[in-house]
Design a protein around this ligand. Sequence first.
Ligand code: C5P
Length: 233
Amino acid sequence: MDKTRDVIVACDFPSYDETTAFLSRFGTERPYLKIGMELFYAEGPKIVQELKSRGHRLFLDLKLHDIPTTVKRAMHVLSSLDVDMVNLHAAGTRAMMEAALEGLTRPDGSRPLLIAVTQLTSTDPTSLRKELLIERPMEDVVLSYARNAANAGLDGVVCSPLESGIVHECCGPDFLTVTPGVRFSAGSAGDQKRVTTPAEAKALGSNYIVVGRPITRADDPVGAWLRCRADFL
Ligand code: C5P
């Protein structure tokens, strides 16, 4: 199995019980899971151990964004958790990302992958310009944030699949693109704005797709996950 490509299921559930009820449908399959703020804040760090012990790879999606010292100390705390990937907002600047990397690295030099959110896939060009007062095109902003993350020593970025190609061109093929904003069809985007199908994300070069509602709210979640894998891997 290529360890740099997978479908990550966003477990956006309010509790451990709802999460395990969902996972029980997968039988012996062990999808790569994302634990987001809702589940982590509800259950605390023990949720990581509980899901890890069931055999899942884990992306802890807490999107840290604060002054460098605070993020470094928070990352130090997270370094004791057995997760495979964690993230922060690139908007916190290169100094914050470098501090985060330092905090996350364990005494033996090991650490989870560290990924930077560029622009949320729920942000469209209009809100970028009118609310965030960023005049440059979305692609320029994403690329600039990706370059900052690469220069800070991070492993990759969270971006839209639409931006995976240009990020790889700019930061190299080994710099990971983790891409939410995946839908099976147009018209089911919900609050996501910059979306593609799993097959398009593959064609565009995404390393990981992060898929929530198209799997968690499907009538047949396992079927939806298998379809994502078949189309993306
Ligand atoms: O349900 P849906 O497929 O839209 O879920 C996407 C997941 O990816 C959510 O958990 C969301 O928090 C996360 N995410 C995102 N955009 C980012 C970073 C993370 O949608 N830039």
